[in-house]
Write a protein that binds this ligand. Sequence first.
Ligand code: ZN
Length: 382
Amino acid sequence: MLDAFRHDYPDRSPGGFFRELAACGSCGSLVPPFGFETDGAYLAGLHPDECDEGFHFWCSPETSPFRILKGWGRLLDAIPHGLQRIPRIALGRMGLAPYDIPFSVLPFMDARRKGNPFDRCRYPSETFFDMIRREGGKWIYLGAPVSSCSARRIHRELRAGLPSDLDLVFLMIGDLDPVGHAFGPRSSQLEKRLAEVEETIKDIFRLLRKKYGRVKAAIFGDHGMTGVRRHIDIKGALESARSRPPRDYLFFLDSTVARFWFFNECARAEVTDILGGLTGGRIISGRQKEDYRINYAHCRFGELMFWADEGGLIFPNFYQSGTPVAAMHGYRSEAVEDRAAFIFYDSEQRLSSLAKNPARTVEMFPAIVSMLGLEAGIRAGH
Ligand SMILES: [Zn+2]
């Protein structure tokens, strides 16, 4: 899994290796699921509302590791921005990074998911790790969040030793996402990093072919990368309201989605009105919740969400308060730049193309399961 492996990167293939694999295998683009945390789609074939995924943070004051800040938030928020680094570093050492989330909001928030992608019973149905485990097989997992997600370091670790009986090598390579965000998907910096990652994957391939003979591969991104064309200042717009957070309502600003929880109806009406007047995005409708499979059985991700149009960045937001990024992901499905790439390859046979192009990320799961020669099985309660 190459974080932010955009749909056009295999075609751009600076060293020609991605193109070579795609020519003998099958290649296409993927429409990513809603949101920013989307592992359940390819690990278990689940939609966001089936596995409660979408955002890193959700509203959970009873479990928040930051609940010790309750009552101190406004005082800490008044500290000059530069000096806030000190309490933020201290809080991060407790296990969960507070990013740029206001101190008054932190006591309400917790990470939706902790642990590792291969953990037992992580999802309501089996992941391909669960299936391999059930069959008594073996895998290696390298990359975030277990180890460094740099392609070069992963290659070095693989070179240090591989067991002879292995069913799956899962690599979560994270080099492309930060460069895409910082400089944009068409920048020279991205081009250079793409070339390096491609070269390293080619070396990893050579290593695996030498060790195991036959190698099947699924190389794919979790999303693409869309150039930012405008900023939406939601924080500024809300300042005109008489309702105040966190007394009357609560908000969380992700890069492309603003999420709200209300403590009284007056705040709900006022905020809804302000959001309705903003250009560059829309409140997510009931119909869209159905379409994107985000009809969660709870409001922990937000009672109301505002979604930026393609190329819009909510700024400032709770991840970037200083310098805005050049590119972002997390837009509606018609945003072509947001699509990821996939390449399937088998060193022993030519592959036919996936039936649909673009496919959806959830369709990666049955494809990977079939490459592994496993059978998708047990749903809930395994
Ligand atoms: Zn990203």
